[in-house]
Design a protein around this ligand. Structure first.
Ligand code: COA
Length: 260
């Protein structure tokens, strides 16, 4: 599939995936979603990439939601399918083995907010606006929004956003934990790249296992999560990167991680 709406650039160890459908504020139609899925599929096999930045083109929107024109055509069965297929793509992004950073410089509404929630980190510019306006359209968030938002910010705050449909600004998003940080609008991409570069200095396999352990824990019991953490910890003890990281510390030099 040739890319119409999603472009990917790799620079050093960071990939940037940009959704570019500016005439519709980067709204997610089935083609955008399929291209997004394909882009992350390709990046999964790209050994250079240690972090991914996901953003929306233009100054106005990250993603202003699922395409309402498409949603308006749904019937009962297709509605379930629309929700499921979107959920699956976002789940693959959440399970991407390297950190995915959403760089949000405008509207992140509905499916756009849910997409940001499926990323591991969110950098918001002062112009970011997050919201789940679905109930105003007679639906509910269907790409995991009712599930992930509560896990991130707590049930009370999530329910408030979901049942009012109101947008919140960047400062409130950071205060509630929805955004990891708020940065000046003009610096959004530089700050996201700096965060990606910071992550890329660490041992790649350890970063991958850290994500697996933290996300696994949310979906598990305490005992299973602790057991899983211990086994990943044990696995890392067999990596060259662990030996390199510790040797570098003891020899007072910078570690050179190979990801093995
Ligand atoms: N689906 C389809 N088209 C969308 C869209 C969406 N989710 N969000 C924006 N667009 C389109 C608009 O229809 C408009 O297209 P047009 O120029 O062909 O009429 C274009 O993007 C620009 O949007 P517009 O509404 O003119 O910009 P605005 O600055 O006045 O308002 C928003 C911006 C984000 C407040 C407004 O577009 C909006 O409320 N969008 C829908 C958000 C939503 O409910 N998302 C959840 C969907 S489940």
């Amino acid at each position: 599939m040739s890319e119409k709406y999603v472009r990917t650039e790799v620079s050093g160890s960071t990939a940037t995936v940009t959704i570019d459908r500016q005439a519709k504020l980067n709204a997610l139609n089935p083609r955008v979603v399929a291209e997004l899925d394909a882009a992350f599929g390709r990046l999964r096999d790209d050994g250079r990439v240690r972090a991914v930045i996901l953003t929306g083109a233009g100054d106005k929107a990250f993603v202003a939601g699922a395409d309402i024109g498409v949603l308006a055509e749904m019937g009962t069965l297709t509605g379930t399918e629309v929700s499921r297929s979107g959920q699956e793509v976002l789940r693959r992004i959440e399970r991407f083995p390297r950190p995915v950073i959403a760089a949000v410089g405008g509207y992140a509404l509905g499916g756009g907010c849910e997409l940001a929630l499926a990323c591991h980190l969110r950098v918001a510019s002062e112009r970011a606006r997050f919201g789940l306006p679905e109930v105003g359209l007679g639906i509910i968030p269907g790409y995991g929004g009712t599930v992930r938002l509560a896990r991130l910010v707590g049930l009370g705050r999530a329910v408030e956003m979901i049942v009012t449909g109101d947008m919140i600004g960047a400062d409130k998003a950071a205060e509630t934990g929805l955004a990891n940080m708020v940065v000046p609008h003009a610096e959004l991409m530089d700050r996201a790249r700096a965060l990606a570069a910071r992550i890329a200095r660490n041992a790649p396999v350890a970063v991958e296992m850290a994500l697996a352990s933290a996300y696994g824990a949310v979906e598990s019991t305490m005992d299973h999560a602790l057991e899983f953490e211990a086994s990943l910890f044990g696995l890392l003890a067999s990596t060259d990167d662990m030996r390199e990281g510790m040797a570098a510390f003891l020899e007072k030099r910078k570690a050179n991680f190979e990801g093995s």
